[in-house]
Ligand binder design. Sequence first.
Ligand code: SF4
Length: 352
Amino acid sequence: MNTTPAEPILRVEGLCKHYGARRSMFQAAAAPIRAVDGVDFAIQPGETFGLVGESGCGKTTLGRCIARALDPTSGRILYKRPGGADGEEPVDLATLSPSGMRPYRRDLQMIFQDPITSLNPRMSLLDIIGEPIVINGIAKGRAVRDMVADLLEQVGLRADHMTRYPHAFSGGQRQRIGIARALGLSPRFIVCDEPVSALDVSVQAQILNLLQDLQASRQLTYLFIAHDLGVIEYICDRVAVMYVGQVVELASNEALFSRPLHPYTEALMAAVPVPDPAARREAAVLEGELANAANPPSGCTFHPRCRYRTEACKTTRPALREVVPGHFVRCHRAEELTLAGPSDYVAREARP
Ligand code: SF4
């Protein structure tokens, strides 16, 4: 299914990542865990495409499959290199072996959630940032130092920091180091996996602004994974909402936050804290647990938690449909429901 019009840099088609459950002598084979279960979307060059959902919804697994840090079970990851020759066909990254992926590793990088555990404490910044540059044959010797100095300054650190070790830096500075390491190979596409969720709110804004500045100066495309809707609204152009391994809503930032069309999105938005508790009482509260990806509910996987469910929702699985141009929803009742978005809560707070 095509969810965007023009030439995307990345198109995901029917992507699945299933984990086979182990079978012992005394147990029957259990159903596989469907961490990612048939995802389709396309991302335009220069876009920031958000993936949001509760912890365990499959968004990080999906991001890692796209960066090929994990092997997908099935589906396609079509990557078209920006600036490639006219008529150059996209490459299906899902089919490539580790050696086949090597030419694309430089293009696709990741920024991780936890800058503390993603940086080797025994390595200086020169080694952390310089290692991928040397391994990929981009530079050696003095030129590596010059590149690392330049990268440190681009992310708001000083060149003389390169002799220090990660423990000497704050959480926000460590995330800047992680960003410098990702930039060392001049990537085109970066999977940002919860890059600010471990940081204080004031530091989050600095890192988000840095990512936006780098995107503009380096023509980067981001897949931005987060569970915080405020962060997603701030930085993303379009957003896909995930539930139990599937996209349940996909829209532009503006359309999603002005009028969500899926009850799960409405409930996620209602869960964002607001100053007036009275507004919360009227909101769609997200009750119950995330469904088990090894044994998802019949029909609509969200139906046990959905306050709008009907009998049909319990038996018939909804497809992802384009309900209004550019706005895709996986819900039988998308056209008839009028759901609340963040502006409704603000409006209620403003009432006398
Ligand atoms: Fe709720 Fe039914 Fe829509 Fe699922 S299909 S989100 S249960 S109304």
